[in-house]
Design a binder for this molecule. Structure first.
Ligand SMILES: C[S@@+](CC[C@H](N)C(=O)[O-])C[C@H]1O[C@@H](n2cnc3c(N)ncnc32)[C@H](O)[C@@H]1O
Length: 412
């Protein structure tokens, strides 16, 4: 690259972890010497005389001081500039999705999945004819014009038939406030997209999230073989009902969706109405906390062949807020009571701060306190995959964790 780039020595431990595959540098005595205004930095591993390219100065993550751009000097010494290298990475990333033929099954998928596509802190979603850029690291704002230019050119080049309506930019934040703008200066966009043959209403910029969680799409696909065997589903924390509609489409005859929000449940019913092949009579909604809904269903002696539980990382029942892991202490015993003996229970956790093992251990401990101790399997794991595959060694990217729970003696 031609412009003058600062060089700063890195902590030996940072160098070690970067080389082991963890692509972040957190605060230490060495990071205090990073320049305050630059976007690009060469970190030096003094011991091995190696130079490492980093992206720096992201005000969103106070503790993450740098994200790896490259361990390979060719990436910045032989490419003419940052924009040229950006173009190569964006092209590779989009080509991987085209090769996976994701568009044959869904209008919504990730074109760029941050660290795993070597574009740290940058997510880009294709949502039918709209593109949504999500910055998880705000240093991208500094090169926004280059990013937009390259992205638009690559989309035009790689999807020649695609009619791009607009590009939206959302700065992710931790207080769930809306911060989204459109290239065409629009304030919002309402449109319908298809995932696995089902129509969903999307509303960009009405809420923080826009109507469907695309990181769950590949997981829905993984769950298909279980859900198509299920005649009934209890969908807890249903949001706009992607799992409810998916299971309805697969042939279930009784679906109950539970959510605290009447707005999302109305949206769910609107989604059902967008699909004339789905029978709304087979679906009902309970607008109340999941715990309360389960107590009601237990008193009615109803059983479900599938139960899905996907709580937000901090769930609120209107009066208290508790972490999702802790909420399983109350939720799991109730779900076991509602699970048919031939049924499948899917429990999810949406945070990178709790490991797979810790989640599994907690589920085992809770099960051991119930009347179902020794009768239950904790089995298959449902992980981010396809367009959202996390980078090996980067546990922060492996934030969505699901387990299948079922009875050891099925159907007895
Ligand atoms: C992470 S979203 C679930 C996403 C959904 N499983 C999907 O894939 O589309 C969490 C949902 O839980 C709801 N919620 C939060 N606390 C709740 C509670 N205590 N009981 C029921 N729903 C709750 C929110 O309104 C929100 O719709």
């Amino acid at each position: 690259m031609t412009t003058k780039i600062s060089k700063v020595n890195l902590h030996p431990a940072s160098c070690k972890y970067l080389k082991l595959g963890h692509p972040w540098i957190t605060e230490d005595t060495y990071t205090a010497r990073f320049p305050k205004n630059d976007f690009f930095l060469i970190g030096v591993d003094e011991k091995n005389r190696q130079e490492i390219a980093l992206l720096i100065n992201d005000p969103l993550h106070k503790n993450v001081k740098a994200r790896l751009w490259s361990l390979n000097p060719e990436d910045w010494k032989t490419t003419p500039d940052f924009k040229a290298e950006l173009e190569i990475r964006i092209k590779n990333s989009i080509e991987r999705r085209i090769k996976a033929n994701l568009s044959s099954e869904r209008d919504n998928y990730y074109l760029i999945n941050a660290e795993s596509d070597f574009l740290p802190g940058l997510l880009v979603l294709k949502l039918k004819n709209q593109i949504l850029i999500q910055y998880y690291a705000l240093f991208w704002k500094k090169v926004e014009l280059d990013l937009l230019e390259v992205l638009q050119a690559q989309i035009k080049n790689l999807f020649p038939d695609f009619v791009l309506e607009d590009i939206w930019i959302q700065e992710r934040n931790f207080n769930q406030s809306k911060s989204i703008r459109s290239m065409n200066g629009k304030t919002h966009a309402d449109f319908v997209l298809k995932e696995f043959g089902i129509n969903y209403q999307i509303r960009l910029n009405e809420n923080y999230d826009f109507g469907i969680y695309t990181d769950m799409s590949a997981i829905r696909n993984q769950m298909r073989s279980y859900l198509e065997k299920s005649q009934s589903l209890l969908n807890l924390f249903s949001y706009t009902g992607a799992f409810s509609l998916y299971t309805l489409k697969l042939g279930a005859k009784n679906i109950v969706s539970v959510d605290l929000s009447s707005k999302y449940l109305n949206w769910l019913e609107e989604n059902i109405a967008l699909n004339p092949d789905l029978n709304p009579e087979l679906h009902s909604s309970l607008c109340m906390p999941s715990e309360k809904a389960m107590e009601k269903l237990i008193s009615e002696q109803i059983k479900f062949e599938a139960i899905i539980c996907d709580p937000p990382s901090a769930s609120s029942d209107g009066s208290t807020t508790s972490s999702a892991l802790k909420s399983y202490e109350k939720l799991l015993p109730l779900m076991l009571k509602l699970l048919a003996t031939n049924g499948s229970l899917f429990v999810f956790l949406n945070t990178h701060t709790i490991s797979w093992n810790k989640f599994e251990e907690k589920l085992s401990l809770i099960i051991a306190t119930t009347e179902f101790a020794n009768k239950i399997n904790i089995g298959k794991r449902f992980k981010l995959s396809e367009d959202c595959l996390p980078l090996k060694g980067f546990h922060e990217g492996d934030y969505l964790k699901g387990f299948l729970i079922d009875f050891k003696n099925k159907g007895i």
